[in-house]
Design a protein around this ligand. Structure first.
Ligand code: FES
Length: 213
């Protein structure tokens, strides 16, 4: 396959033509924060955390941008940091959960992004506006959904549609009240667990796991 040579934060990288910047970075052990990317799914570009700088200060979403010969990619730059931090803080503001009681604690992609950006618990507290805690949704016979933990990355919806071809999950509502809902006839869900396995933050968990400490 045709090879493309370029740099990421000063490191020389060679990747197959058609590879995205995010894929090439991860293949070479370079972490770019991401939440809605999963290697088994088509990149949706929803979370925008994977932004990087290319060339003349241009900001691009690395999960949807293919590598080009000679481009100079910056994962860390003051501009990238500023924009990425704003996206993450918005997510944190809507991610109302106590990490200590979450089954995904220490395996959570949002925690990983926060650690990368050095967002401390002290900084997190004022970001979280007082908000009513939403009830755990238990309609599905196989998993429970916690809207307080959901970051609306859409991975579960996509996994259900693209991997299983089932569409048992979908987004409902608008703006701040957007959430994931179990859709249609209960028999549509085949309990494949793809949505739970791919959820980056522990919003979808097998029955009973939500209360695990
Ligand atoms: Fe690229 Fe979410 S990982 S936009």
């Amino acid at each position: 396959m045709d090879k493309i040579a370029f740099t990421i934060d000063g490191s020389d990288i060679v990747a197959d033509r058609g590879t995205t910047i995010l894929e090439a970075a991860l293949q070479n052990g370079i972490y770019i924060p991401h939440l809605c990317y999963h290697p088994a799914l088509k990149p949706s570009g929803v979370c925008r955390l994977c932004i990087v700088e290319t060339g003349e200060g241009q900001l691009v979403i690395s999960c949807r941008t293919p590598v080009e010969e000679g481009i100079v990619v910056k994962v860390k730059s003051p501009e990238v940091d500023k924009v990425r931090r704003a996206f993450v803080e918005l997510l944190i503001a809507n991610h109302h959960t106590d990490c200590r009681n979450c089954p995904s604690n220490r395996h959570c992609e949002l925690q990983r992004v926060m650690a990368y950006l050095r967002i401390s618990k002290k900084r997190m507290r004022p970001l979280r506006l007082p908000k009513e805690e939403l009830p755990l949704e238990t309609l599905n016979p196989f998993f429970d959904y916690d809207p307080n933990r959901c970051v609306l990355c859409g991975i579960c919806v996509q996994a259900c549609e693209d991997v299983q071809g089932v569409s048992a999950l979908k987004f409902v509502g608008r703006g701040y009240s957007t959430k994931i809902a179990f859709f249609g006839d209960k028999s549509q869900c085949e309990s494949c667990r793809e949505c739970m396995l791919k959820c980056p933050v522990g919003a979808l968990l097998a029955k009973g796991d939500q209360k695990k400490v």
